[in-house]
Design a protein around this ligand. Structure first.
Ligand SMILES: Cc1cc2nc3c(=O)[nH]c(=O)nc-3n(C[C@H](O)[C@H](O)[C@H](O)COP(=O)(O)O)c2cc1C
Length: 233
C-alpha cells in the first residue's frame, strides 16, 4: 500500500457511534483479527487475546457493564481485547520455538531473549523478585540506564501491547469498509466476569465493529507542530 493511501485510511477512520444492524460478511471478523494478531509485541510475547461477542443476548448483557454505550448492542460484533499478565510464562517459549523453527531469529538471540525476559518479568519466589525490581533496580538507575520493568509495571506493559493490536484491528476494519468504536468506558471486573475472562488478564479496551450509519461527525486534530518536538523537547 502506498503512503498516500495509508494516510487516507488513517485520516478517515472515525470513532463511530451509530451502527447499522447488518451482520458482518462471512469471515471478515477473522480477517480483522488476523491484522490484530500481526501487531508487534515486546519480546514477541503476544499477550493479546480476543473475545468476540456476536451473540445478541451476550451483547445485551454487555451493555450495562459498558456504561450503557449503545454501540455494544447496535453493532453486530464487539471485540474485548484482553492482555495476559503472565504471557512470559504462557507464550514466551512457544513463540520462541516457532521463531527458531522458522529461523526467524538466531539461537544466540533466543538465549539473550530468555535472559531479558527473566530479568524483566520474573517476580521470583514469594514476590522477592518483584521486591528487588521495585526497590533496588530503580536505585541502579543512578549508575546505569534502566528500563521500566514489566515485573513491576505489569498493567502498563500489557496495555501497550494490547492497544497496538486494537489499532491494527481498527485500521483493518476501516480498510474493509467498516466502522469501529474503541471504548475505555466499561467496568472491567463486570466485563471479565460476564465473559469468563481469567483474572490474570487485563482488559484495556473494547472495540465495537460494524457497518456505519451516515452522519458521524468529522473530527479534528491539533496541528502537528503543537505535538512535534524535533531532536529535543
Ligand atoms: C482508548 C480509547 C478509549 C475510548 N473510549 C471511548 C468510549 O468509551 N466511548 C466513546 O464514545 N468513545 C471512546 N473513544 C473514542 C474517542 O472519543 C475518539 O477516538 C476521539 O474523540 C477522536 O475521534 P476519532 O476517533 O473519530 O478521530 C475512545 C478512544 C480511545 C482511543
Amino acid at each position: 500500500m502506498q503512503l498516500d493511501a495509508f494516510l487516507d485510511l488513517a485520516r478517515s477512520r472515525r470513532a463511530v457511534r451509530k451502527f447499522k444492524p447488518d451482520p458482518l460478511p462471512d469471515g471478515v471478523l477473522t480477517r480483522l483479527l488476523e491484522a490484530a494478531r500481526w501487531a508487534p509485541s515486546g519480546y514477541n510475547l503476544q499477550p493479546t487475546h480476543f473475545v468476540t461477542v456476536t451473540d445478541p443476548r451476550t451483547r445485551e448483557r454487555l451493555y450495562r457493564p459498558c456504561m450503557s454505550q449503545g454501540a455494544v448492542v447496535d453493532a453486530p460484533a464487539t471485540v474485548v481485547f484482553a492482555g495476559d499478565r503472565q504471557a512470559h510464562r504462557t507464550r514466551f517459549e512457544r513463540a520462541l520455538r516457532l521463531d527458531l523453527e522458522e529461523s526467524a531469529i538466531p539461537p544466540a538471540y533466543a538465549d539473550d531473549l530468555r535472559r531479558y525476559v527473566k530479568l524483566g518479568f520474573s517476580t521470583g519466589p514469594v514476590g522477592l523478585g518483584w521486591l528487588l525490581r521495585a526497590t533496588v533496580f530503580p536505585l541502579l538507575r543512578w549508575f546505569t540506564p534502566m528500563p521500566s520493568l514489566p515485573a513491576v509495571h505489569r498493567r502498563y506493559w500489557v496495555t501497550k501491547q494490547v492497544m497496538l493490536a486494537a489499532m491494527s484491528f481498527m485500521l483493518a476494519a476501516k480498510a474493509a469498509g467498516l466502522g469501529t468504536l474503541p471504548m475505555e468506558g466499561f467496568d472491567e471486573g463486570r466485563v471479565r466476569r460476564l465473559l469468563g475472562i481469567p483474572r490474570r488478564f487485563e482488559v484495556p479496551v473494547i472495540v465495537a465493529v460494524g457497518f456505519t450509519e451516515a452522519g458521524e461527525a468529522k473530527k479534528t486534530r491539533v496541528p502537528l507542530e503543537e505535538s512535534l518536538h524535533a531532536d529535543r523537547w
